[in-house]
Design a protein around this ligand. Structure first.
Ligand code: F6P
Ligand code: MN
Length: 339
């Protein structure tokens, strides 16, 4: 049994003089997020008894109704990360602007404190997503612009899944991953309160027969996306020559977790409901961190055509279309869009 603590200690032992400081900082920040994840897990276990259900009575910057637990999880992460000496600043789905932490810190942290909020009140899976970026203006207070870095610049990314068990999945960037562990998963042992390693080097199969999409938006999709789903629905007698199965958790963390565990494709495509929006999901604290995980596990992550991690961000809350998972399936979606 390897606890998260053992795992991190081993990393530090193997780190060379050149990367030790950066690895130590990243590990420390992941540890802080994980500690908050345990608190959120406890609240979710108590559920209605902890008064975490229902609306908070306010809207976030995206114009969405905040749930009580969105606000609680955001406050817990904000407090813990601003107290972490390695963290120069944080940006969150629930905060209009970035918040400065420690000017001498070398890292920036973006998070979606409670992903899949509509699942809270019905006792279904939710999660916390995080992305860690380098901070280049040490000594100065952070601004929103400091966060506008590409997904390829991420030093680490991951999520906590609050499901029937609580799990932590993360990956370090290729450069920092000195042990070549790729994407790793830990499960929270309720008896000890420790996260224990359950899997490493997670690999996504290139082909799949399982897809996740909210098909109620079908009429708003662009024609290539409609064609993709039409072909899937035609099953073994259609152009794809095989039967597919739908799965939809309504929390991106849950859908990405399933893909990391047993493959598949997840789509939240662009639609024409609100032409001002490039998609529903947010680039900086949903799509980029999930893209790093998926790519490090051998999958692909695009906006249907272009690689998500190559986007040069213009706004910390910008939205993007998302098509991620099994490589050949994601390529097929791109092929339909390029016809
Ligand atoms: O964060 C946005 C989110 O909750 C994702 O986790 C999830 O994939 C999606 O929205 C669910 O949206 P819908 O309302 O279309 O089911
Ligand atoms: Mn979310």
């Amino acid at each position: 049994m390897t606890t998260l603590n053992d795992y991190f200690q081993n990393y530090l032992t193997n780190a060379s003089a050149t990367n030790k400081t950066e690895i130590a900082a990243v590990i420390n920040v992941i540890d802080t997020i994980t500690t908050v994840g345990k608190e959120i897990t406890e609240l979710l276990r108590k559920g209605a008894l902890a008064d975490i259900h229902g609306e908070a009575g306010a809207e976030n910057v995206q114009g969405e109704q905040q749930k009580k637990l969105d606000v609680i999880a955001n406050d817990l992460l904000l407090d813990a990360l601003t107290a972490n000496k390695y963290c120069a600043g944080v940006a969150s789905e629930e905060l209009d602007d970035a918040t400065a932490a420690n000017d001498s810190g070398e890292l920036l942290v973006l998070f979606d404190p409670l992903d899949g909020s509509s699942n809270i009140d019905i006792n279904m899976p939710t999660g916390t997503i995080f992305s860690i970026l380098p901070y280049h203006n040490q000594g100065q207070s952070v601004s929103n612009n400091d966060f506008l870095q590409k997904g390829t610049d991420q030093l680490a990314a991951g999520y906590l899944l609050y499901g029937s068990s609580a799990m932590l999945a993360f990956t370090l960037s290729e450069i920092l991953d000195i042990n070549n562990d790729g994407v790793v998963m830990f499960s929270l042992n309720p008896s000890s309160g420790e996260f224990e390693l359950v899997k490493k080097n997670i690999a996504i199969e290139e082909n799949t027969k399982e897809y996740a999409i909210n098909a109620s938006n079908y009429r708003h999709w662009l024609p290539p996306m409609q064609q993709y789903i039409d072909e899937i629905l035609a099953g073994s007698t259609g152009p794809r020559g095989k039967n597919f199965n739908t799965r939809w958790v309504a929390a991106m963390v849950g859908d990405v977790h399933r893909i990391l565990c047993r493959g598949g494709i997840f789509l939240y495509p662009k639609d024409t409901k609100d032409p001002s929006k490039a998609g529903k999901l947010r680039l900086m604290y949903e799509a980029n961190p999930m893209s790093l995980l998926i790519e490090r596990a051998g999958g692909a992550s695009t906006d249907a055509i272009n690689r998500i991690m190559d986007y040069a961000p213009t706004d910390i809350h910008q939205r993007v279309a998302v098509v991620l998972g099994a490589k050949n399936e994601v390529l097929h979606v791109k092929h339909l869009h390029n016809l």
